[in-house]
Design a protein around this ligand. Sequence first.
Ligand code: SAM
Ligand code: SF4
Length: 474
Amino acid sequence: MRFSPEKLKVPDQRMKPFIDPQEIWDFINNTKPDKQRVREVISKSLDKQRLTMKETAILVNSAGTDLADEIKQGAKELKEKVYGNRIVLFAPLYVGNRCTNNCQYCGFRTSNKGAVRKTLTDKEIIKEVEALEDNGQKRLILVYGEHPDYSPEYIAHTVKTVYGVKKGHGEIRRVNINAAPLDIDGFRTVGESGIGTYQIFQETYHPEAYKWYHLGGKKRDYEWRVTALDRAQEAGIDDVGIGALFGLYDWRFEVLGLVRHTNHLEACYDVGPHTISFPRIKDALSLNINGQYQTSDEDFKKLVAILRLAVPYTGLILTAREAPDVRREVMQYGVSQIDGGTKLELGSYAESKNEAQNLNREQFKINDPRSLAEVIDELLTNDYLPSFCTSCYRMGRTGEHFMEFSVPGFIKRFCTPNAILTLSEYICDYAEGTVVEKGWKVIEKNLAKLDEGVAKNTKEKIERIKNGERDLYF
Ligand code: SAM
Ligand code: SF4
C-alpha cells in the first residue's frame, strides 16, 4: 500500500530533508544511560517491537563493557529467535570509476589524478559476470562513480546486460545498484530494468560534517542526497538501502541518523529501508580525513548490535571492508547479508591472477580477500546456512524482511527451504572438497527443523536439483 498525502497521519514530509542535528544531539545528550533502562529497551526489542529514537539513544549512550555485552547478547538472541542461521551471499561488481565528485575518503575522487579510470565495456561486463557465475554467485550489486557517462539509461543497460549472461548453470538472479542519486525519471528508468535494491549511503547524516568531506561535484548537495530515496519511492522503487560511512562523524549520531531515515521512509511511504549498511572507512589512495571519528572495533560491534535491536525487521549488510575475525563476530549480532570472493579492481574477476590490491585502481582497501568458496566453507563450519535466495523479489513478495519478522512461520515456509535449495545448487555445481560433505550435513540439519510437509516438498526439489533441474523455489 502507498500513502497518498491525504492519508498521511503526519504532515507530508515527502521529499523534505528530515534530519535535525540538534534534535539528534538532544536525544544523545539528554538520555540517562542507566542500567535498568538499557535492559528495558533490550527486552522491548526482543518482544519484536521497533525502538524509538529516544530508546535507541539510551543504547548508544550506554557505557561500560557489561552493558555493551548485554546489548550484543540481546542482538544475538533476536537474530537467533527471529531470523535463524541464514546468511545471504552476494558480490559487488564495479562497473565504472569515473567520478566528478571530490569525496575526501574515496580513491575515485576527482582530485586523485593518479587513479586509473575505467568503465567496463559490454564485453568486459559479460566476462566479469561469467567469472562470477563460475564461482557460484547469484546476486550482485553493481557499483558506479557519479559521472555523466553513467546515465540512468546506461545503468539500465548494464543491468540488462548482467541479467542476460548465462554460463552453464550460472545466472545472476538479482542485480542491486549502488550509484549516485537520480531524479524521479532517472530512478524510473533504472527501476524498469528490473533491479532489486537501490542503495545510496548518506555517508554522514550531519550536514556540517557532510560539507567538510564533500568538496566538489553534485554530491556536495546534502539535501539532494538525503532525499534521494524519496525520489526512488516516488518513481516506484520501494526496495531501497540506506547506510552511513562510519568514521566521518560521531558514530552515535550516525546510528540515530539511520533510525531517523528509517522512520521517515516508513512514515511517508509505509515501507522502511530493505537494508542498512554500515561501512567503516578503510585505507584509500590519498585518504584525506583526520582520524578524529575513527570507529573502534568495540564501538563498531556495539553499533551493529544496536541497529539490529532498533530496527529489528531490516536487513543488515556487512562487507569485506572488515577483516574475517571482525566479520565472524559481528555476523552473530544480526547481520543478514555478506559479500564473498569480493574484488574491487575493475575487470579483476575475469583475471585469474590473485595479486595484492593496487590502491590507485580501487576505491578502498578490503580486509577480507577470501574466495566465495572459503567464505562458504567457514559459514558451514560455524553452522550457518549460506543462501543465494532471490525468491521473494521474483515472486513479488516485497518487504521480505518485514514478513520474515512479522508473519508467523514465514521463515520455515519460505526462507529456510529456499536457502536449502540454493545451497544444494551451489554444492552440485561449484563446491569442491570438504565443502560438499559439510554442505549436505548443514542441509540435513536444517531440513530437520522444517514442518513435515515443507521438508518433504523441499527434499523432492533437492532430488530434482540433483537430476539437473535448476532455479526451484517456494
Ligand atoms: N559513487 C556512488 C556514491 O558515492 O554514492 C557510489 C558509491 S561508492 C562506489 C560506495 C560506497 O563506498 C560509498 O557510498 C561510501 O560509503 C563507501 N566508501 C567510499 N570510500 C570508502 C573508503 N575509503 N572506505 C570504506 N568505504 C568507502
Ligand atoms: Fe565518487 Fe562515490 Fe567515490 Fe564520492 S564516494 S568520489 S561520488 S565514487
